[in-house]
Design a protein around this ligand. Structure first.
Ligand code: GTP
Ligand code: MG
Length: 448
């Protein structure tokens, strides 16, 4: 654990009313002494002058001293609230560095909070997710994770896993009585109930992860099908050029929108067709490439026209994980009624992108498919990393339960429970590799 003192400007670049410089570490008291013209009471705002080495005044403002361990990082912290001018804040920062601190790297304050057990890894990630939240729903679920709701759910599951292991181990201490001692039904019931709890946590986290990571939607189809018209409707403005000329769109046109608080990245692409134009060929290549990384493909066709080879080839080249929605567009011309047909994993919707008739069916389907309707007061902010660990823990328990059913080997079950416990511990950072930690904190902003 590093014991040097770090400093950073904690407010974003630009001009503003107040700019904050933050310092954390063992040198804080010395820095207060050399920089300020008065002593500070803990956790009290004092108005004072911030002094240069020659005692001239750099700025004046509020200084607050938070003694460790009851501070954000767990170390001594000094906050200076100065006027928010880049020049002022940078000269304060330089002054603090000369007085014994060094510049903090991104996320270093929060990393110290994690190392000093002020917060666990889930909460540290929630800090970053709150800062980056793009919707009210995302911010609220980040706050829930930050205040420890997600961590508590994991911890109580881990406690139950330990309790079951103790139940098994106390029985194994009396091997001659084992057959009678272990109540296999009770054991199985308790593991089953852990799996059910895990399943619930996973569902809440999955919705949270969507709020966090968003969804990537690519619009594809033949030229002139109405792709750009659809993008414009989804974006609520005329972002893409629409003409009756086939081959209008060449570059990828991308927009970020919110669907009920869920960030959706929408990409409009060049229409698929055989062409001699080099520019258009390049556009079609980019369209195919974009389709590969989509979570959802919206294939726009004209109502009443058969799908052609280009479309079929593109759809067949995509992986099974991509959800495909086929739109039968321009029903105002064909005279069909708006409607939706779901069959297995395939969805067909009849609508008009131009008049908006039937468009609500598409949005309702997206909400339904994405689980947005389930966003509620108990959704946690979560990341793919968490879903992965939750999923693996569930698999371990399911396999363990099955093996126990086959062989009744309680000591093996106990070992699997230990493994599941460890896997859950990856989420809160109880068991986690250093390089993952570094990666997580490096994605923070400086000063947090
Ligand atoms: N009547 C009617 N016309 C539509 C509808 N949707 C799009 N159009 C028209 O169809 C033409 C092509 O629309 P675009 O949105 O440019 O089609 P695109 O798929 O982006 O075409 P490319 O970029 O060339 O591949 C334009 O004249 C649109 O006004 C619709 O629902 N009804
Ligand atoms: Mg277009």
């Amino acid at each position: 654990m590093k014991t040097d003192t770090i400093a950073a400007i904690a407010t974003p670049p630009g001009k503003g009313g107040i700019g904050i410089v933050r310092v954390s570490g063992p040198q804080v008291k010395t820095i207060i002494h050399s920089l300020l013209d008065r002593a500070l009471q803990p956790r009290t705002a004092h108005y004072c002058n911030f002094l240069a080495e020659d005692q001239s005044v750099i700025d004046s403002g509020l200084a607050i001293y938070f003694p460790g361990p009851g501070s954000y990082t767990g170390e001594d912290i000094l906050e200076l609230h100065a006027h928010c001018s880049r020049v002022v804040l940078e000269s304060l920062l330089k002054r603090i560095v000369r007085a014994g601190a060094r510049l903090a790297v991104p996320g270093e304050f929060t990393q110290r909070a994690f190392h000093n057990d002020k917060i666990d890894l889930l909460q540290a990630e929630a800090v970053a997710d709150l800062i980056n939240a793009v919707s009210d729903q995302a911010a609220r679920s980040a706050i829930r994770s930050l205040s420890g709701n997600f961590s508590k759910a994991i911890a109580s599951l881990q406690e139950e896993l330990i309790a079951i292991r103790m139940f098994i181990e106390s029985a194994l201490d009396f091997p001659e009585e084992e057959i009678n001692f272990i109540n296999a039904d009770e054991l199985e019931e308790r593991v089953k109930s852990c799996i059910a709890t895990l399943q619930k946590i996973l569902a809440r986290a999955r919705t949270g992860s969507l709020l966090n990571e968003g969804v990537n939607i690519v619009i594809t189809g033949r030229t002139n099908a109405g792709k750009s018209t659809l993008l414009n409707r989804m974006a609520g403005s005329d972002v893409a050029i629409v003409t009756e000329e086939p081959g209008t769109t060449r570059d990828l046109i991308e927009r970020d929108i919110l669907i009920e608080g869920v960030p959706a990245h929408i990409v409009d692409t060049a229409g698929l067709r055989i062409t001699d134009s080099r520019v258009e060929m390049e556009g079609i290549k980019r369209a195919r490439h974009a389709a590969m990384s989509a979570d959802i493909i919206i294939l726009v066709t004209e109502d009443g026209k058969e799908t052609d080879q280009e479309e079929t080839a593109l759809i067949n080249s995509l992986g099974d994980n991509i959800h495909i929605i086929t739109l039968h567009n321009k029903i105002d011309l064909s005279g069909s009624k708006p409607g939706i047909m779901k069959k297995g994993n395939s969805v067909n919707i009849r609508l008009s992108a131009k008049t908006g008739e039937g468009y609500g069916l598409l949005i309702d389907h997206l909400k339904d498919y994405l689980g947005i309707l389930d966003i509620s007061e108990d959704t946690f902010m979560a990341r793919k990393r968490h879903l992965d660990s939750l999923g693996r823990a569930r698999l371990i328990l399911e396999d363990a339960l099955k093996a126990y059913g086959d062989h009744r080997a309680a000591e093996l079950l106990a070992e699997d429970l230990r493994q599941a416990h460890r896997t859950l511990g990856e989420i809160t950072g109880e068991f986690v590799a250093d390089d993952l930690l570094n990666k997580i904190f490096s994605e923070f902003c400086i000063g947090k």
